[in-house]
Design a protein around this ligand. Sequence first.
Ligand SMILES: *Cc1c(COP(=O)(O)O)cnc(C)c1O
Length: 394
Amino acid sequence: MSVLVPAYARADLAFVKGDGVFLETAAGESYLDFGAGVAVASLGHAHPALVRALCEQAQTLWHTSNLYHIPGQERLAERLVAASFADQAFFANSGAEAMECAIKMARKYHADRGAGERYRVITFEGAFHGRTLATIAAGGQAKHLEGFGPPVDGFDQVALGDLDAVRGVITQETAAIAIEPLLGEGGILTVPWKFLRDLRALADENGVLLIFDEIQTGIGRTGKLFAYEWAGMTPDIMAVAKGLGGGFPVGACLATKEAAQGLSAGTHGSTFGGNPLAMAVANAVLDVVLAPGFLEHVRSMSVALKQKLASLCDEYPDVIADVRGEGLMIGLKCEPPNQQLIEALFEERLLTVPAAGNVVRLLPPLIVEPEHIDMACDRLNAACGRLSGARKQI
Ligand SMILES: *Cc1c(COP(=O)(O)O)cnc(C)c1O
């Protein structure tokens, strides 16, 4: 029996070392990592600038708590604010916590205006916002809610992309609309950018706040610093996490000063949130991601990868039904069960990530180079060839 709670169905693999886009097992086998720890290792493994930032901070100061000022928080917040729609930032330790902060902030905004009855948040089918009690209720998926008692009240879910449905559930109790601009765990489901602009307008007409969950899409993943930039509009509140720490746990809730006002001293908090180690690493991540040319690199790698994937899709339509996504957040809709492709890719030593809707996600580190894309596509080609042959024999 394992000493670990059986909450994960893990692959029979363990890595002991990482370098750039590669991971190594104890036996010295090298794997090409196109999962990046679920879009977290945005700058690959053991990036020298991140290692340096963490080691330097570790020798200076680890933790003081939010009873005191933390200079790294102010620096990181200033930079995130300068690079986004937001005026203020709250730091947490994970995506779910950043999203919890966003939901609490939206409720408090209305309560402070004498509208405490406005606490409900509209979310979308297929959404994923985390695994806390409130965020599983926000995600609304039976597989995450079952067995955990009555779901936290205050979430109304509608079909993705259905503006009339959103309009239909807005009432005097609606505090906010929350959406991932590109659904990750849900299966790399894209929504038209126009839908996001329409949500903005609808929210404004109804005095409702707009929350974006950019936990997976943020920090360059889609080829812009934040995915909302593609849509040419801005939310009021945004949750960020995964890529922000490049592997160090950190989350952030960014907001306009109007939206953030309600979270006055004592109303919200986190012991570890914005800890000096996390801030040092996240600032080092921004040094790289905000450097001139970095996001252009992400976009050109995206074009190269998508072109190659499109030809694989043409060659093996019985394995890959569709290629979709934005930037380096790409989904392969599979014909056979997605787990079969993921396992065939283990044999080729290429790591990928499953998603709902029978999708395999490709989320390479953003520092990926053309030779890694060629290598990944050769390995995909080999795996697809084997799966395709096996399917033809049945
Ligand atoms: C990963 C993810 C979360 C949850 O983040 P955790 O750090 O696991 O709590 C929430 N929303 C989206 C869109 C995510 O991709």
